[in-house]
Design a protein around this ligand. Structure first.
Ligand SMILES: O=P(O)(O)OC[C@H]1O[C@](O)(CO)[C@@H](O)[C@@H]1O
Length: 463
């Protein structure tokens, strides 16, 4: 037996529940060839590594999250019926049953299934799944990124099976209630940033605000936005482990017209607010003539922004009692009307299992589309994992070297670090942080602003 794998369990007769649990876990690890070490350098993240966030995700977090979703659906049945019609009563039963089966599949490390329900991305998802190596098609053997994305696509397909629930956003309530609490914070930010002038410093402030706004996604914690960060941004620079915001400024100020900036959004609510504020500044400061927002086509990683969340936020602002929120909504609608802001057509690439190095091959039109921009900003942890292909690079590897050829334009990442991988960091920083807390990379206390600049020839410019 491979010495990295767990050693054979001693089957003893015990009645102690904790010991029984431990035995069960050991048996599971042996059966599924779980490796006791963390992922090695250049390994792809996977739940087959016992000491990884991926392992605890499928061992505990995802089953717990599915259980919570089931409880939520049971509790909300009357409201769901009111929203989706009487037939939802029967569809909910079937949906809950299917979610329970999915939970069992994860717990028992079953093989991924092909999708049967017809949707615009069914064929591409099935091609993707068929292309996975035979030993990479189970929850605890797959690349974490693939399994993680597959989970959210599976949940969606369960809801697609029933007519009454197909359009129901099962994460909608969590997303909307998280916004209500931060309305005063958003008002304060609007007041303090009102009419700020074009300057590198102000641009960096809004870029960092957009980065730190990624702090409060709902898939890991329910902590929401962290108001201290926005009030005392400079103090948090110490937690910004890589800060290339001045390179981003330089890239934009030197770009040839017409300048477009694309923002590949992450979470709805407060994070989207910070992205819109950054977009507004980019337009008003004349840094670009157009900002294009990319959102998710389906409910994704709980709090990710869909087109409906985008529209909902503008409506929420329009109807809010705070006049600052009303006028922000009005301004954003103005940018949408005059096409300074574009809410891009939904692309199912963002909710595929592919990492971004695959975009040119799998979705060439999207690749060409974002190539038109002078800068594309990728928000959040999951987008970062897709940029790196979930590969555990050496911490000192340059960000641009980790993109594996993905360079449609200058690529910027605004990420709060919430998972095992990172790059472009001095080794002494990593050693110090690890000494203080070996799990520093999953706490969401540190962030990065990184950019890989694409130096364009004038003949590259697409008009
Ligand atoms: O909203 P974000 O920043 O993409 O984070 C989503 C979370 O999902 C994961 O990618 C998987 O759970 C984590 O790494 C991350 O914390």
């Amino acid at each position: 037996m491979n010495s990295q794998h767990s050693s054979r369990t001693d089957v003893t007769n015990t009645t102690n529940p904790a010991a029984i649990e431990q035995l069960k876990e050991q048996r599971f690890n042996e059966k599924n060839l779980i490796i006791y070490n963390p992922p090695g350098v250049n390994d792809e993240l996977s739940a087959r590594f016992l000491r990884s966030l991926a392992f605890s995700t499928f061992k505990r977090r995802s089953p717990a999250f599915l259980r919570d979703l089931i409880i939520f659906l049971q509790d909300r049945e009357p409201e769901i019926i009111e929203q989706c019609g009487d037939y939802a009563h029967f569809d909910l039963k079937r949906t809950i049953w299917s979610l329970e089966l999915l939970r069992e599949e994860i717990i028992n490390n079953k093989e991924f299934q092909l999708f049967r329900v017809k949707a615009p991305d069914t064929d591409s998802w099935n091609t993707f799944l068929k292309g996975l190596g035979e030993d990479r098609r189970q929850w605890f053997s797959a690349v974490w990124l693939h399994a993680d994305c597959y989970l959210y696509r599976r949940i969606w397909s369960i809801f697609q099976r029933s007519e009454s629930l197909a359009k129901y956003d099962y994460f909608g309530d969590q997303k909307t209630s998280a916004v209500t609490n931060v309305a005063p914070l958003m008002r304060d930010i609007l007041v303090s940033t009102k009419g700020i002038a074009r300057s590198e410093e102000n641009f960096q402030y809004l870029l960092k605000l957009s980065a730190w706004a990624n702090h409060g996604d709902l898939s890991i914690t329910r902590r929401g936005a962290h108001d201290k960060i926005y009030k005392q941004m400079a103090k948090y620079d110490i937690d910004l482990l890589a800060d290339q915001s001045s390179d981003v400024w330089k890239d934009l100020t030197e770009a040839s017209a017409p300048v477009y900036v694309d923002i590949v959004c992450d979470n709805a609510g407060f994070e989207l607010f910070a992205d819109l504020l950054l977009g507004e500044y980019i337009i008003e400061a004349g840094l670009a003539s157009r900002v294009r927002f990319h959102v998710k086509a389906i409910p994704w990683f709980i709090s990710d922004c869909t087109q409906r969340d985008f529209d909902w936020l503008l409506k929420f602002f329009r109807k809010h009692e705070f006049p600052e929120l009303n006028s922000f909504s009005k301004r954003i609608r103005g940018y949408i009307r005059d096409r300074s802001f574009i809410l891009c057509d939904k692309s199912y690439f963002w909710t595929s299992g592919h990492d971004f190095s695959q975009m040119k091959r799998v979705q060439p039109c999207l690749y060409v589309y974002i190539s038109q921009a002078a800068l594309v900003i990728f928000k959040g942890d999951l987008n970062y994992r897709k940029l790196l292909g979930d590969i555990n690079y050496k911490p000192i590897t340059q960000f641009s070297d980790c993109l594996r050829g993905f360079q449609p334009t200058s690529v910027c990442a605004l990420r709060v670090i919430k998972s095992d991988i990172y790059c472009g960091l001095p080794i002494c920083t990593v050693e110090k942080l690890t000494e203080q807390n070996p799990e520093w990379m999953i706490t969401g206390d540190k962030a990065v602003v990184q950019v890989a600049i694409k130096h364009r020839l004038s003949s590259d410019i697409i008009v």
